[in-house]
Design a protein around this ligand. Structure first.
Ligand SMILES: [Zn+2]
Ligand SMILES: [Zn+2]
Length: 348
């Protein structure tokens, strides 16, 4: 497709990004489709790209580039090596672009590919009118899944992958952190049949939303000791599983201590550096199983997400924070940094 488009571009190393009206519409490669973007969501990663922290500086060597990776839209052009999709298909995008030939890819773990590229980080993304989508990363939206919901699926998938690893059915689960992913985790725990969902955060308005997503109990960790509160809520035993979305060292340690012996801890949130943990007392003697998740299983977790979206009583509406036009992206970033709850969407 010829012509220019509007989009948000990371122009050069350093803080900031630029709204442009003169970006070339991406050429559709043989192994790609061109997606007309209907909605994109803003991720913590986009804040890192805007603010240019070490993580972003280490990965983004190809500026200028359109960023943004949580998105949904419709196919408007198809590369010649792409099969199984048609113009007009409604899709979302898996962010992890696999190489398809490393050990991980060959053993059904493409989401942790050794040579992984990232849509909207190392490769052009979706804060624009059009985005090029690699054929391995196309996800068809289920019937009844709106583009706005579709734009939230990538983030939801990271959380749902954590819920899958925590094996929550019939369990008492602690969910630490009630930002957009934590809210979706709470809802997914419910859909997966958790017996009791205990959500914690430091902001009352986020805890309210967690209740709307199905949390049975909410705890403000500024006011209440998490470990004691979880024990009280579980008849003294402790939680069977804990899912951390905060990445905060103190919250992680509290989560470990709130588990019963033999419980399972899953980290979804990323600490920004090393954190001190007493392995002997908090993990080894208590036989805690601890794992992390990176992205979503391709594509089992996406299927799981589509199913959760259809489950009775589940709604993403409480997670929806606000809708902004592309040229309002700085207002959306400011809202997130100001602690506004829910996911912020950019609508081209
Ligand atoms: Zn993201
Ligand atoms: Zn690979």
């Amino acid at each position: 497709m010829e012509g220019t488009m509007r989009g948000v571009c990371k122009m050069a190393p350093g803080k900031g990004a630029e709204y442009r009206t003169d970006l070339p519409i991406p050429q559709t490669g043989d192994d790609e489709v061109l997606m007309k973007v209907h909605a994109s969501a803003i991720c913590g990663t986009d804040l890192h790209i805007y603010g240019w922290n070490e993580w972003a500086a280490n990965r983004m060597k190809n500026l200028p580039i359109v960023f943004g990776h949580e998105t949904a839209g419709e196919i408007v052009e198809i590369g010649k090596n792409v099969t199984g999709f048609q113009v007009g298909d409604r899709i979302s995008v898996e962010t992890h672009i696999p190489c398809n030939h490393c050990f991980q890819c060959e053993n059904d773990r493409r989401h942790i590919c050794e040579n992984m590229k990232l849509f909207g980080v190392t490769e052009p993304g979706a804060f624009a009118e059009y985005a090029p989508v690699p054929k391995d990363c196309i996800v068809r939206l289920g019937d009844g899944v709106s583009y706005e919901m579709g734009a939230m699926l990538e983030a939801m998938g990271a959380g749902v992958h954590g819920v899958e690893k925590a094996e929550v059915r019939g369990k008492a689960v602690l969910v630490s952190g009630c930002g957009p992913i934590g809210l979706m985790v709470a809802g997914a725990c419910k859909a997966h049949g958790a017996r009791r969902i205990i959500a914690c955060d430091i902001l009352p308005e986020k805890l309210k939303l967690a209740e709307a997503m199905g949390a049975d109990v909410t705890i403000n960790s500024m006011e209440t000791d998490i470990v004691q509160a979880v024990r009280r809520e579980t008849g003294g035993a402790g939680a069977d599983a804990a899912i951390d979305i905060t990445g905060n060292g103190r919250a992680i340690v509290a989560g470990l201590r709130a588990l019963r012996k033999g419980g399972r801890m899953v980290s979804v949130g990323l600490p920004s550096g090393e954190i001190p943990v007493n392995l002997t007392e908090d993990i080894i003697y208590r036989e805690i199983q601890y794992t992390g998740v990176s992205g979503r299983q391709m594509f089992a977790t996406w299927d799981d997400c589509m199913e959760i979206l259809q489950s009775p009583g589940f709604s993403l509406e409480p997670v929806m924070g606000g809708r902004y036009p592309l040229d309002g992206f700085e207002d959306a970033l400011a809202a997130i940094q100001g602690g506004a709850p829910g996911k912020m969407l950019l609508i081209p």
